[in-house]
Write a protein that binds this ligand. Sequence first.
Ligand code: 8YV
Length: 329
Amino acid sequence: MSKPKVLIARGIFPETISRLEEHFEVESNQADALWSKAELIARLQGKVGMFSSGTERIDAEVLDACPDLKIVSNMSVGYNNLDVDAMTARGVLGTNAPDVLTETTADFGFALLMATARRVSESEHFLRAGKWTKWAYDMFSGADIHGSTLGIIGMGRIGQGIARRGAHGFGMKVIYHNRSRLDASLEAECKASYASKEELLKTADHVVLVVPYSPASHHTIGAAELALMKPTATLINIARGGIVDDAALAVALREKRIAAAGLDVFEGEPKVHPDLLTVPNVVLTPHIASATVPTRRAMADLATANLIGFLTQGKAVSPLNPAALAGRT
Ligand code: 8YV
């Protein structure tokens, strides 16, 4: 009997391909080409499963053109690349890769916060450019992390990881805003107290965004919100591009309406708003918050387990829309 066919949409660990080949006929993309939608659709013909990097858009058009597809397994916790409603309506399961990247991503949130508040990139560029000729009392003075107020918008697993690091590691006062309040024991564990978005923006010294992207969270931070922040404040976005209005942020940074920003994600990435590239008080990284070798392996393993589990036994580890299976024969 021939094996079911699976598509791997981007380059991936050779071990991941070998593991999938134990069960499936695999078409992979080790050249890491960026396929157009038409090319993706062409390659998905006859495929029952897709291993996604989390960046390929799977919408009604793709689904209608690929009737064999039964599962899209994202190697990412975020799944805004998937039109989950359209998938559910067509009986296609979506899966993501939660938990395995929580601590690594929270580590990076802190790395970006510290690099931004303490002006690490800016001062390194200065040094590399040969401009360091003397000591100066105000050279690259930044903002303190310890003892400051950390405001976290989006208090899911990663937000909680950042809160714990801030409260327990750096003695920060932690406030958070979320769709719903955490229960009291979790608030106590994170040493975090709930605040309205407005109160958080007005009082935090450092604001970290960890909210998932959806139409409702689009431009959670725009010109009006930036205007509420302290002129000494730092803004960190490790969530998704689109959560911040990057054009408005570039203006706020240029006019020093906030002190600095650290961004790992961008609207329309991998394109970056050109104005962000010309302001000095921003640290820019190419969406690498989950990028450590063990974590990327764990993410790939979970995405693989979802494909194998579902296609061989009908059971995915981390399904997003189990309702997709309800009417399935
Ligand atoms: C991914 C991420 O690397 O998991 C997520 O949601 O943002 C990153 O860890 C990114 O989505 C590309 O797959």
